[in-house]
Design a protein around this ligand. Structure first.
Ligand code: G3I
Length: 302
């Protein structure tokens, strides 16, 4: 009868949503959140600029509020995100080289330690690969500290919170034939071969319309899963929320035993970062859209 309960009935999957701390006082919002979802991802509150606004001074108020709300409702938390080229505070943007490397690792250690035991999955590293056909790493101040910055972040996160599942998260990695998808696949394969601690891969799944959803998405999910990692759909939204595309994405996850989680990137259309695109499952006034019914039906029967 709800997204979370129906996902839980499918081999204990979770159905989550991005949550903004500023909306936890909106009862129309929390009514849907508490009824429908069994996992949350803080939309911005665990990012580097939010948690370490000044170097060495950590700020957890809004993130703690979301974690407390989730725990009070028995929801699990996806932490997002420990290391990213974007949303860096000014002090970090201005660092480079070994100073940046150690500041990044300290950030990973401090934040993962603060939330130890409370975050089920961490997006340890977010969006580290370039778009387009190169298959290269994205250029960033973090990448310029050395190609091993990603594995260093994962190793630090594992040491800080050994029971958290550690994920790599990216976008435009849904199409199995894309160079970016293949590049991330090779990194995960290499990490597994060399014993770098990685447990899961997140596919953001920000689709710009029914037609941008790739028919080989299921192949992507199952191919990564075959490397020995769980796969998550982490930030799902689809322009104009076509019911058929939402059904397909849900069925793709259900078809892959290691696809453990689907998270939509917001609750109501008015909560979405894609303003004017109506990409979510609930209307701005909180009504269930056709896409909601499609997802629930797929969870129950797909
Ligand atoms: O909190 C400030 C507020 O004080 C200020 O008045 C206002 C003025 O612009 O900005 C507010 O911060 C904004 C924040 O969202 C909260 O609303 C930032 O400017 C804005 O850049 C930020 O956007 C977020 C974006 O990531 C950038 O980090 C979106 O909410 C969030 O949905 C989006 O999420 C990302 C994932 O983390 C990674 N994958 C892509 C996804 C979509 O871009």
């Amino acid at each position: 009868t709800t997204l979370g309960a129906s996902a839980a009935a499918r081999d204990s999957r979770v159905f989550g949503t991005a949550v903004a701390a500023s909306k936890l006082s909106d009862t129309a919002y929390t009514t849907i959140l508490n009824r429908e979802f069994n996992a949350v991802t803080p939309e911005n509150e665990m990012k580097i600029d939010a948690t370490e606004p000044q170097r060495g001074q950590f700020s957890y108020g809004n993130a703690d509020r979301i974690v407390a709300h989730a725990r009070g409702q028995g929801m699990r938390v996806r932490g997002h995100t420990l290391a990213w080229h974007s949303q860096q505070p000014g002090w970090m943007q201005s660092l480079s080289g070994s100073t940046l490397r150690s500041a990044m690792l300290n950030h990973v250690t401090q934040v993962a330690t603060h939330f130890k035991g409370q975050v089920a999955w961490w997006d340890v590293v977010n969006e580290a690969f370039a778009d387009g056909s190169s298959g290269a790493r994205r250029d960033s101040n973090l990448q310029r500290t050395g190609n091993d910055w990603i594995e260093a972040a994962f190793t630090a996160a594992r040491a800080a919170d050994p029971s958290a599942k550690l994920c790599y998260n990216d976008y435009n990695t849904d199409n199995w034939s894309a160079a970016k998808t293949q590049a991330v696949y090779r990194m995960v394969q290499d990490f597994k071969n060399r014993g770098v601690p990685i447990d899961c891969v997140g596919f953001q799944a920000h689709f710009t319309g029914g037609s941008s959803y790739p028919s080989n998405f299921r192949t992507t999910l199952s191919s990564f899963a075959a490397l020995g990692v769980d796969v998550h759909i982490t930030e799902l939204d689809i322009t104009n929320a076509p019911a058929a595309a939402y059904t397909s994405v849900t069925n793709d996850c259900l078809a892959v035993p290691r696809c453990r989680a689907i998270t939509v990137w917001g609750i109501r259309d008015s909560d979405s970062w894609r303003s004017g695109e109506s990409p979510l499952l609930f209307t701005s006034s909180g009504g269930k859209k056709a896409a909601y019914t499609a997802v629930l039906t797929a969870l129950n029967n797909g």
